[in-house]
Write a protein that binds this ligand. Structure first.
Ligand code: NDP
Length: 333
């Protein structure tokens, strides 16, 4: 069995991850930590978690094998380093930290300690994205030339908190959503970005100088160029992911989401074909891969290194937006 401790009494844990852990054979949640003792107790009661604690020390001293970190972003670094030091495997939310340099520290510490560190980039676990990756790898669109990612959504009112008010907590749409787009592009294309040029905006929702919309243009190693649009303020936009190649195009709709939804169309000289793909819960698959990695039978769906990559890419996008220049992407791994 794998016994988990939750660091952070968060929305994402309540909505997806508690279920994803319990869906595994031997997956158990032993304790939850919140900075506020009352919140910890209430959260534990509401979610049937046996132990509630309000310090990291107490959590790390409990009988657990792994931690899931879903606090606000400025806390991930110290919490992950402490967990690694205590010999606990770590599944950490994105962005891994506020800077790529800090994320590299987490990766180095996990490597040195022989600890599994995964990044919860859920979209790699979506059947739609895996089907696209396979179609591209098996040559069905020929040579990939360009990609377009549509990931501008409307931030639900219940989440209109630190993401749009607190720069010091790693708010803003780039650290929230651009990291996912950078990771999903890398995964689907099997390619790495080398340079980005970005514009950001504050379209009326975010304060504190934070951006609530971004458009990025990426250049990849192979020469492919991509564009991505991230936002908190577009209620009616819908999401999508397209890859256009020399022999065909993949056009996916409604796939930049937390649910196993959407469709993937392959269009070639032969006509159009809807690709079929599995509809497993994205987070259940993410935890399954993490468990396998703990048992020495594979890798997390997204590794710590992948988390360094996505944060380096997002950081470069922010630098580009503030400088008005294209910025090179080097994860220094
Ligand atoms: P929440 O705002 O729900 O939770 C973050 C922290 O805020 C909690 O740890 C908690 O602190 C505090 N908090 C939560 N609710 C309350 C409340 N009602 N009153 C006071 N404090 C509260 O964040 P999310 O769940 O949206 O995001 C958490 C992390 O997960 C982030 O890193 C985010 O980027 C990531 N995320 C990833 C997703 C994915 O699909 N991969 C999706 C959504 C988020 P405490 O624990 O101390 O009580």
């Amino acid at each position: 069995s794998v016994k988990w401790g939750l660091i952070g009494a968060s929305t994402i844990a309540r909505q997806f991850m508690i279920n994803a852990i319990r869906a595994q054979e031997g997956g158990e949640i032993a304790a939850v930590m919140s900075s506020n003792p009352e919140r910890a107790t209430a959260y534990a009661r509401e979610n049937g978690i046996p132990s509630a604690v309000s310090t990291l020390d107490a959590l790390l001293k409990s009988d657990i094998d792994a931690v899931y970190i879903s606090t606000t972003n400025e806390l991930h670094l110290d919490q992950a380093l402490a967990a690694i030091k205590a010999g606990k495997h770590v599944l950490c939310e994105k962005p891994l930290a506020l800077t790529s340099a800090d994320a590299r520290k987490m990766v180095a510490a996990a490597r040195a300690a022989g600890i599994v560190l995964g990044t919860n980039h859920h979209l790699r676990n979506a059947g739609a994205h895996r089907a696209m990756r396979e179609a591209i790898a098996s040559g069905r669109i020929g040579k990939p030339i360009a990609a377009r990612v549509f990931h501008s959504v409307y931030l639900p009112e219940t989440l209109q908190g630190w993401r749009i008010t607190k720069p010091e907590a790693g708010g803003g749409v780039v650290l929230d959503i651009t990291v996912h787009d950078a990771d999903t592009l890398r995964f689907v294309l099997g390619d790495d970005p080398v340079e980005v040029s970005a514009f950001t905006q504050s379209a009326g929702m975010a304060g504190g100088g934070l951006e609530d919309g971004a458009m990025c243009i990426w250049r990849f190693k192979s020469g492919l160029i991509a564009q991505s649009h991230e936002g908190f303020t577009t209620k009616f936009a819908g999401t999508g992911f397209e890859v256009h190649g020399s022999e065909g195009s993949l056009i996916a709709s409604d796939v930049m989401t937390q649910k196993p939804d959407g469709s993937v169309l392959l269009r070639t000289a032969k006509g159009e074909e809807q690709l079929s793909f599995d509809r497993e819960d994205l987070y259940v698959r993410s935890v399954r891969q993490l468990h396998a990695a703990i048992l020495g039978k594979g890798q997390p769906a997204a590794t710590g290194e992948d988390g360094v990559w996505s944060l380096t890419a997002a950081e470069a996008a922010l630098q580009s937006a503030s400088s008005g220049k294209a910025v090179k992407i080097d994860p220094k791994l």
